[in-house]
Design a protein around this ligand. Structure first.
Ligand code: FAD
Length: 286
């Protein structure tokens, strides 16, 4: 299908992009990698009459560690995250998730900013960013503000941005020594969307689990934290028995959808199995 007609502008700077959004109000949409927006426009599920393409803005594609956090420019592609040595070393949960998003074409064009802003409960980055306590730096007509991940993902396809705001950067606190993470995704076909997926980020000190964060994909209308698992495992030995008992609580408080792929019961089961496997993997118990 061909999208409805629209006007297009490709500003060179963020302030120009914000000015265009202010000028065109609700009619305007930001375009980044286009791998979620364009399909929606082709199906006419989204019909913006004005597109603000931020793809030409310089200095929005970077990954760097400074001042206790790892920062991702909003236009950093899934591919760049997948192959970044810094991310592999410091945040393997994100390289692992990036490598499982769609196919190479999608990973070459899709951006972390777009994937976050799209707020798809089946998207892979949102649950990771929630588990990592990411912060979102956004720019709007009144300047810059910061949104915590727990507030950023509001509902299916709804984020906490005002219509005239652009996401500029995503910051993840640098994990302490002894941290490890992974993202386990279950789908029916290779390269497909998740039925359920689990992000696990754990810090082990001595033999005890000092910090643990679980993010769940596909278990509700937005990404969820596996809070019951976290509570059950924090401070406990990183042993198989404790891990199994904690992982059994992965679906507590979730509201998984029913669709053609899976029933809510099946998703709850998957969440517990994937959480156990992810925790075993990151703590070295197999
Ligand atoms: C065939 C296919 C398979 C896919 N498989 C997966 C998968 O397995 N897992 C997965 O997670 N994703 C998957 N995707 C989606 C892909 O990851 C998209 O790239 C991503 O969801 C959106 O990123 P984008 O840069 O393409 O954003 P766009 O499509 O350009 O934008 C998406 C939305 O975010 C808004 N937006 C974008 N950037 C900003 C910004 N900086 N500030 C404010 N708003 C912004 C846009 O206005 C739009 O509403 C798939 C896509 C395709 C086409």
């Amino acid at each position: 299908m061909i999208p409805a007609s629209f006007d297009y502008v490709a500003p060179k700077t963020l302030p120009e992009a914000v000015a265009e959004l202010v000028k065109h109000g609700d009619e305007a949409k930001v375009l980044a990698g286009g791998h979620s927006l364009i399909p929606l426009m082709k199906l006419r599920l989204s019909t913006p009459s004005f597109i603000v393409d931020i793809g030409r803005i310089k200095d929005l594609n970077y990954i760097r560690e400074a001042d206790g956090h790892i920062a991702f420019g909003a236009l950093t592609t899934h591919h760049d995250i997948e192959f970044s040595d810094l991310v592999k070393r410091r945040l393997p949960v994100l390289s692992s998730a990036a490598s499982q998003i769609g196919d190479p074409q999608v990973r070459n064009r899709g951006t972390i900013g777009g994937a976050a802003a799209h707020a798809d409960p089946f998207g892979d980055f949102p649950a990771c960013l929630l588990a990592l306590d990411a912060e979102f730096k956004v720019v709007g007509p009144r300047g810059e503000r910061t949104i915590a991940a727990k507030d950023f993902f509001v509902e299916t396809f709804t984020n906490a941005l005002e219509p005239q705001e652009v996401l500029r950067e995503i910051r993840v606190p640098s994990p302490p020594e002894g941290s490890a993470g992974t993202y386990l995704k279950f789908s029916r076909r290779s390269q497909d969307w998740a039925i359920v997926a689990v992000a696990a980020q754990v810090t082990v000190k001595g033999h005890a689990v000092e910090r643990v964060a679980i993010g769940l994909t596909g278990m509700g209308s937005r990404p969820l934290r596996g809070s019951a698992v976290e509570q059950a495992l924090r401070g406990k030995p990183a042993h198989a028995e404790e891990i199994r008992a904690a992982a059994d609580r992965a679906a507590d408080g979730s509201d998984p959808p029913q669709d053609l792929n899976a029933s809510p019961e099946y998703r709850r089961h998957l969440a517990t199995v994937l959480t156990r496997r992810a925790l075993e993997q990151v703590t070295g118990h197999h």
